[in-house]
Design a protein around this ligand. Structure first.
Ligand code: OGA
Ligand code: MN
Length: 214
């Protein structure tokens, strides 16, 4: 990892604490991006990637109106995934050190949006559920230009009508958001759009029953 990793992570986490979200460009080195794209494209070709579901457990269903994207869970098989998970672990430790959130684990999936794909305005976790606490999105799209569309719109809170910011999904950019508080939307694009979305969890135990990530 690069020497300025620690500084970038610390800055991002400080901003997350202040504003509820943060955006940091060039967080993931180009050689790692190449490895991650390779792994994702392999899954696209083998069909090892599925229409994303909305909700959890019994209520999980495909919802073409809310979301048009394919997803596939990350594992530890490839070098790119290993790097990414090690990077996420650094962020987890920094959040716990600086914001005292007591995050326990991380789950993440590759996302592949077809041309015109989208994920409409939503928040990642229900308030008070204390399940997914911090969301992270990392982008894999090389040479993305504003004309391609596909920005990530971020709102301050659920009442806001105008987004605070529109983030280009450019390779290496990493966004952190408080999962219960920050509405966001992946807008449709003129190109295929690739990303990794991940969630830092508390892994709460209800009445002695562990609630695992998957
Ligand atoms: C998500 C999400 C954003 C994006 O998967 O929950 O908000 O830019 N993704 O793909
Ligand atoms: Mn989301």
């Amino acid at each position: 990892m690069r020497n300025n990793d620690e500084i970038n992570i610390k800055n991002s986490v400080d901003e997350l604490g202040k504003f509820g979200y943060s955006v940091c460009k060039n967080m993931i080195p180009p050689n790692v991006i190449t490895m991650l794209i390779h792994e994702l494209e392999k899954r696209e070709q083998s069909g090892d990637i599925k229409t994303a579901l909305v909700g959890r457990g019994e209520s999980r269903k495909t919802d073409g109106a809310q979301r048009d994207v394919l997803s596939s869970w990350l594992g530890k098989e490839s070098e790119g995934e290993q790097y990414f998970l090690a990077f996420a672990e650094k962020i987890r430790l920094s959040i716990n050190r600086n914001l005292l959130l007591g995050l326990f684990e991380f789950e993440s999936q590759f996302l592949h949006y077809p041309i015109g794909g989208f994920y409409k305005r939503h928040i990642d976790a229900l308030k008070g559920n204390r399940n997914r606490i911090v969301s992270m999105v990392a982008y894999l799209n090389q040479n993305w230009i504003p004309e391609d569309g596909g920005t990530l719109a971020i709102w301050n809170d659920e009442q806001s009508i105008n987004p605070m910011i529109e983030v280009l999904p450019s390779a290496g950019t990493v966004v952190l958001m408080l999962s219960e508080d920050i509405p966001h939307e992946a807008r449709s694009a003129l190109r295929e759009r690739r990303a990794i979305a991940g969630w830092f969890r508390l892994n709460p135990s209800y009445a002695g029953q562990i609630n695992p990530a998957n």
